[in-house]
Design a protein around this ligand. Structure first.
Ligand code: PMP
Length: 411
């Protein structure tokens, strides 16, 4: 029998996040915007401070002690990230600014050099703009074609239609692991198998998945996997692009500059080995250190315990909101993670967000960088509450109470 997952001691977790202990607009802060950016635990803040206070110098170039210490910290973070997603080698871990940059790297390096007229890129109707626009740019540059697999009214991907759209012309499938606008979890492994059987590569946008579930890129079988540090309780301006080594070896560099070269002459330059071939210029060293600390932190809580806790909050909030007259939940897929999008009849989501903020409740309102999802549902925007490891049942109650206030105003 498998041992039961340890449950989360949320009060202890909250003590690790001093930012949560403040008042906003005279009310205790209720932070329900972790899908936009997670808060950072002290362990991350301290790791960054320690690096900046004692170890900082530029990496890879110096023989002096501090430069070696910084290089060790930076490359140590890469080794940590490799373990976090179970990549085969640290050569497969590229540090980037975030998910957006990771996807653009693949689009410009792989897409632009390998795709042309007649080739198809297949995405889904759930995608964040970061997983739409880079592919549109490649299509404009190279004459390939973008195809989109539809979703249904619950926010589920139409898998049958996706499988129909997959064909010998499909060269790359790019899809979210978890939708940021609706919370839908996509069956990535099944899609990877189907795509590979057509000879297509698969890029997974893992921005919303890594904070909520343990990710094993070898188990998923994907070719590329991108995620951001700041959604994972780490710093902004740092993220990871995983790519299979054989593919990265073959791909041309994306940006040129220092660190990514082996030799430079005016006639010709030769490139560095992986992963540095894709890391031109001075990287975000303290960001990588903070990201590694965030991975340590999350693993110390236990991915299964965090997921179970967040799932409980999502189920509770869903049931509570469903019972409120005028509230409509947008995105009711069977398998969801930590995101609850909704509208309140007669109230624009931005006005709702402002009222909730005056009650100390921080949610996100807008199109969530997923305009096609909003268009599909025929709405301009939603209000979105999202949960992290530090949220509590009392946060859900505060959300419900603030929504009741909003209904008094707009009811
Ligand atoms: N994809 C998804 C699903 C996201 O939720 C986000 C962030 N909202 C991104 C991509 C872009 O991430 P970043 O802004 O950190 O590059």
């Amino acid at each position: 029998m498998k041992p039961a997952a340890a449950s989360l001691d949320v009060e202890r977790v909250r003590a690790d996040f001093p930012i949560l202990a403040q008042q906003v607009n005279g009310r205790p802060l209720v932070y329900l915007d972790s899908a936009a950016s997670g808060q950072r635990p002290l362990a991350v803040l301290r790791a960054v401070e320690h690096y900046e206070t004692h170890l900082h110098s530029n990496v890879h170039r110096g023989v002096h002690t501090l430069s070696q210490a910084a290089t060790e910290a930076f490359e140590g973070a890469r080794a940590r990230a490799r373990r976090f997603i179970n990549a085969r080698s640290a050569r497969e871990i590229l540090f980037v600014r975030g998910t957006t940059e990771g996807i653009n790297l693949v689009a410009q390096s792989y897409g632009r050099s390998r795709l042309g007229p007649g080739d198809e890129i297949l995405i889904t109707a759930l995608e964040h703009h970061a997983n739409i626009v880079p592919w549109q740019m490649v299509c404009e540059q190279n004459g390939c074609t973008l195809k989109v697999a539809p979703i249904d009214r619950r926010g589920e991907l139409d898998l049958e239609r996706l499988f129909e759209l997959l064909n010998a012309r499909t060269r790359l499938v790019a899809l979210a692991h978890v939708s940021n606008a609706l919370g839908t979890v996509l069956p990535v492994k099944r899609i990877v198998e189907a795509a590979h059987s057509c000879g297509a590569l698969v890029l997974v946008d893992g921005a919303q998945a890594v904070p909520h579930t343990a990710v094993d890129v070898r188990e998923l079988g994907c070719d590329f996997y991108a995620f951001s540090g700041h959604k994972l309780y780490g710093p902004t301006g740092i993220g990871v692009l995983y790519g299979r080594e054989e593919l990265l070896e073959e791909m041309p560099p994306w940006q040129g500059g220092g660190d990514m070269i082996r030799t430079v002459s005016f006639e010709k330059s030769t490139y560095n080995e992986l992963p540095w071939k894709f890391e031109a210029g001075t990287p975000n060293i303290s960001g990588a250190v903070g990201l590694a600390a965030a991975m340590d932190y999350l693993e110390s809580l236990g991915a299964a315990a965090v997921a179970a806790h967040e799932h409980h909050l999502l189920a509770l909030a869903t049931a509570e909101l469903q019972a409120i007259p005028g509230i409509e939940i947008v995105g009711t897929a069977a398998h969801k993670a930590a995101v609850l999008s909704f509208t309140l009849r007669g109230c624009h989501p931005h006005d709702l967000g402002t009222i909730l903020d005056s009650e100390g409740v921080a949610i996100r309102t807008g199109h969530h960088c997923a305009m096609p999802v909003m268009t599909f549902f025929g709405i301009p925007a939603t209000a979105r509450a999202s949960f992290g490891c530090y949220n509590t049942e009392s946060d859900v109650r505060a959300l419900v109470a603030a929504l009741d206030k909003a209904r008094e105003v707009f009811g």
